[in-house]
Design a protein around this ligand. Structure first.
Ligand SMILES: Nc1nc2c(c(=O)[nH]1)N[C@H]1C(S)=C(S)[C@@H](COP(=O)(O)O)O[C@H]1N2
Ligand SMILES: [Mo]
Length: 385
């Protein structure tokens, strides 16, 4: 199922094969001797990767390889980082199921584990930092295996995931307001739960999940934005109706003008699959040469091309890193910027997927009113001396 170890091995052999064919090998994005980062002029002066005790951003200028180390992986959440003891941990599965379950980590492992590389960003990730993004290898149990074990009843149309973290919320109803305590909750429809490659992950990059990343267990929906990846997963609850919790229906939604039946309609949709996006992570200089490194994120649809444009020049093809070709991995790309002249320059990337979908410009997104899901082309400015 999905990316077994054997497939992963096959993938890396294919990469090795590239160099045997005499094609240029991917040059590791780590800085070469004497290579220096050219500052982005739009970068905030007092950039802090830890703006709050429970929040961390990735400094995308420091990306050194396809996999983001655990101590650099971004972390963001609504109610702080709860501590859950892996030894006494039990995942509860309840509601409209044939068998209610209470599973230890060992019980979960016994259902069969798999691993895959998945990159994701928070739906609020945007310019100039783009630091609410990362890429890791996740190991866990396919969600389907757990749902099959419990047996979803015929009318169980919605599967709700609750984290162990909780906090006070004010729920509005017409003219009233109710102060209640809530857990972080997200849901998938039965169809989404059974057809996505969703994983109940207990390890990241081969190590048990850290507290920041949701120890001991989190939901991972590959190809989707971060919000559905419920950390400190405590309960799975099957029900017959849609889940209307705050973080499902109110906090993470996009107001967009769309043409439906020839008429503009303002739609409010939950964030789900990642919109096709690329951004330049850094520009470096070594011995008069310039190199651009960037990142592509999407829902797992194969990528056709990434291009880079310098000032008003033509779009030029960038090179995708073959070690990031796994379906849900973020993709890294490089572009050799030749003949950079002194002065200010603007560089921008755009990605096109196998269906011909092209990353939009900011102007193309004029009818997107709320700030989430900003996948617009992101111009970076640098000054070459
Ligand atoms: N339990 C719980 N899970 C959560 C959240 C949360 O507040 N509580 N935040 C979500 C959001 S909005 C994002 S972007 C991702 C961030 O995952 P990370 O901290 O591992 O990068 O976690 C998601 N899972
Ligand atoms: Mo998020």
């Amino acid at each position: 199922m999905r990316h077994s170890r054997r497939e992963v091995l096959k993938g890396s052999l294919a990469v090795a094969g590239l160099s045997m064919l005499g094609l240029p090998e991917w040059a590791m994005p780590a800085l070469a001797q004497g290579e220096v980062v050219v500052p982005f002029t739009e970068w905030p002066e007092n950039f802090n990767t830890n703006p709050a005790a429970d929040r961390r951003l990735l400094d995308v200028r420091t990306i050194t390889g396809p996999i983001t180390p655990a101590d650099q992986f971004f972390t963001t959440q609504h109610y702080g980082h709860p501590v859950v003891d892996p030894a006494t941990f039990r995942l509860r599965v309840s509601g409209m199921v044939d068998r209610e379950l209470s599973l230890s980590l060992d019980d979960l492992r016994a259902l069969g584990t798999t691993d895959l590389v998945a990159g994701f960003e928070c739906s609020g990730n945007r310019r100039p930092l783009q630091g609410l993004s990362g890429n890791a290898r996740w190991t866990g149990v396919p969600l389907r295996a757990v749902l099959d074990r419990a047996g979803l009843e015929a009318d169980a149309h919605e599967v709700v995931f609750f984290g162990a973290d909780r906090g006070p919320e004010s729920v509005e109803f017409r003219t009233q307001k109710f102060d209640v305590e809530q857990q972080y909750g997200r849901s998938l429809t039965r169809g989404q739960a059974m057809t996505t490659d969703a994983l109940l992950a207990f390890a990241m990059n081969g190590e048990p999940l850290t507290r920041h990343q949701g120890s001991p267990l989190r939901l991972l929906v590959p190809g989707w934005y971060g919000a559905p990846n419920v950390k400190w997963l405590a309960e799975i609850h099957a029900q017959d109706v849609a889940y209307l919790g705050k973080f499902q229906t109110r906090w993470y939604r996009t107001l967009r003008g769309e043409t439906i039946n020839g008429e503009m309609k303002w739609t409010e949709k939950p964030i789900t699959r990642q919109q096709l996006k690329s951004f330049i992570a850094r520009i470096t200089a070594v011995g008069g040469q310039h190199r651009v490194l960037g990142v592509v994120l999407n829902d797992g649809t194969p990528i056709r091309s990434v291009e880079v444009k310098v000032d008003d020049g033509p779009w030029q093809p960038a090179t995708l890193d073959p070690s990031t070709r796994e379906k849900y991995s973020w993709k890294l790309f490089t572009y050799d910027w030749r003949g950079a002249t002194p002065g200010e320059h603007t560089l921008v990337s755009r990605v096109t997927d196998a269906n011909g979908l092209v990353q939009p410009t900011l102007e193309d997104l004029a009818n997107k009113k709320t700030f989430l899901e900003d996948n617009s082309q992101h111009p970076r400015t640098v000054v070459i001396s």
